[in-house]
Design a protein around this ligand. Structure first.
Ligand SMILES: Nc1nc2c(ncn2[C@@H]2O[C@H](COP(=O)(O)OP(=O)(O)OP(=O)(O)O)[C@@H](O)[C@H]2O)c(=O)[nH]1
Length: 306
């Protein structure tokens, strides 16, 4: 299957939900008015697009004259246009342009968000671009997290720096940067612990990692990427707010868009926070994470197909 097919297939539950809910509302008028617009706005909010986005689409629909009648296809086209307008400015693939090398990418996010898998997919993505990649197991709280990352590193054939369970995460990161620098690595991807229930500890740990990194390279970390699980719907938005404050997030990756009817939350996140979105995850395989084409993604979310 091509990426496009996987993208549209992965987002099918999201687009079907929107389409099913719209179909009950539309009666083919040339102009949409009052009550119908209200109902459409509710449908859009229920699709996790967020109230501001729903209002924006409503305004567009209100001013549109549907020559051939406002059927589902015509409305979805307007929805897709508006989504594309929001996603366009935030779509921002991760570039490796740090000098001196390595570029240090801290990956943060709550446990279970798909962080480890995303790190593996990112490593694979950079390998395909011919960059030298190294991983650092900065989540020292759980032996399982270290083990899981090591398995990925072996599968990918990339070096990994680990420490003992319960060890000092900043120490692991320090060793990793030194090794990466000595061996000419281009990109160092750092896993971190995701214990949001203990904000103070998390903040202290990230601050310590930053301090240690800063000693070796004042520019590092170059990226602080928050991994979000789309199936968390509106909770994902809350996580952005929290991690933005705690960790100085510089960009987002949203995973599990394939398993959910709540993919609209990606649009709400973009609309609300305007943070760069580096990539999306639409499956568990290494190939299932890519930078995205905002127009194509908008069509997939809205189910806008000719
Ligand atoms: N369907 C789908 N599943 C995903 C995606 N990304 C990750 N997963 C799955 O989600 C589960 C959690 O992923 P992990 O990468 O282990 O998540 P984590 O955040 O590191 O979680 P912990 O190891 O618990 O900290 C795994 O079963 C992954 O295979 C995705 O884009 N789509």
């Amino acid at each position: 299957m091509s990426w496009t097919e996987r993208l549209f297939g992965g987002l099918k539950r999201t687009s079907d939900r929107l389409g099913d809910n719209l179909s009950g509302v539309l009666t083919g008028q040339t102009r949409l008015e009052g009550a119908t617009l209200d109902e459409i706005e509710d449908v859009l909010i229920m699709s996790d697009l967020g109230p501001a986005m729903a209002a924006r689409i409503r305004d567009r629909l209100a001013e549109t004259r549907f020559e051939r009648g406002a059927d589902i296809a015509a409305v979805k086209a307007v929805v897709a246009d508006e989504i594309a307008a929001v996603l366009g400015p935030v779509a921002d693939p991760l570039d490796i342009d740090a000098f001196p090398r390595p570029q240090v990418i801290l990956v943060i996010g709550v446990n279970g968000s798909g962080k480890t898998t995303t790190i593996a997919k990112l490593a694979h993505y950079f390998q395909e671009l011919d960059y030298g990649v190294m991983l650092a197991a900065g989540d020292t709280f759980r032996a399982a997290a270290i083990g899981q990352l090591r398995v990925w590193a072996e599968r990918l054939g990339v070096p990994i720096v680990t420490g003992p369970e319960g060890g000092d995460a900043a120490g692991v990161v320090f060793d990793a940067v030194k090794q990466a620098t000595a061996t000419g690595i281009d990109v160092l991807i750092v896993d971190t612990a995701g214990r949001l229930q203990n904000k103070r500890e998390l903040m202290d740990e990230l601050a310590k990692i930053r301090r240690v990194l800063g000693k070796l390279n004042p520019e590092a970390p170059h990226d602080v990427v928050l991994v979000l699980d789309a199936t968390n719907g509106q909770n994902a938005l809350q996580q952005i707010a929290t991690f933005k404050e705690l960790a100085g997030v510089t960009g987002l990756i949203m995973t599990k868009l394939d398993g959910t009817a709540r993919g609209g939350v990606l649009v709400a996140a973009s609309e609300q926070y305007g943070l760069p979105i580096h990539a999306i995850g639409i499956g568990e395989g290494l190939e299932d994470l890519r930078p995205f084409d905002p127009r194509q993604l908008a069509d997939a979310i809205a189910g806008n197909v000719e």
